[in-house]
Design a protein around this ligand. Structure first.
Ligand code: FES
Length: 147
């Protein structure tokens, strides 16, 4: 696939998550609630996670933000559901590397999240993409400390 076609495909994946967000809303039975702002624009995310036995059983998000931040939140909640905390944090670290333009190792399959790799070329938007991941990290780290 040419780079142009890949860019178009990635744009479509991002817009699909923005317009049809997965896991939108708030969990009634969440064990963790995290509110976080992007300080550069004031956009915000409200993330609820249900963590039991060291596993993210469920995740939902709400908030106001640009297409990148909301699509990233949709993708993040999708991928961390069912993962143990260590795996969720590892994915966050891989995502952070991706935002710094580092090559992903070939055995890493991030699914739809790979559509965000082009964001690394736009430093002003990196905080948009990482906002939901930072919120998730904050939540599970608090959970770890609480144990
Ligand atoms: Fe605010 Fe992207 S412009 S999160």
């Amino acid at each position: 696939m040419s780079f142009n076609n890949l860019d178009t495909l990635y744009r479509q994946v991002i817009m699909d998550h923005y317009k049809n967000p997965r896991n939108k809303g708030s969990l009634d039975d969440s064990s963790l609630t995290i509110d976080m702002n992007n300080p550069t624009c004031g956009d915000r995310i409200h993330l609820t996670l249900k963590v039991e036995d060291g596993v993210v059983q469920d995740a939902k998000f709400d908030g106001e933000g640009c297409s990148i931040s909301m699509a990233s939140a949709s993708m993040m909640t999708q991928v961390v559901k069912g993962k143990d905390i260590d795996t969720a944090l590892k994915l966050s670290s891989i995502f952070s590397d991706m935002m710094q333009g580092k090559e992903l190792s070939e055995d890493v399959d991030l699914g739809d999240i790979e559509a965000l790799q082009g964001v690394a070329k736009f430093p002003a938007r990196i905080k948009c993409a990482t906002l939901p991941w930072k919120a998730m990290e904050k939540g599970v780290n608090e959970e770890n400390i609480g144990e």
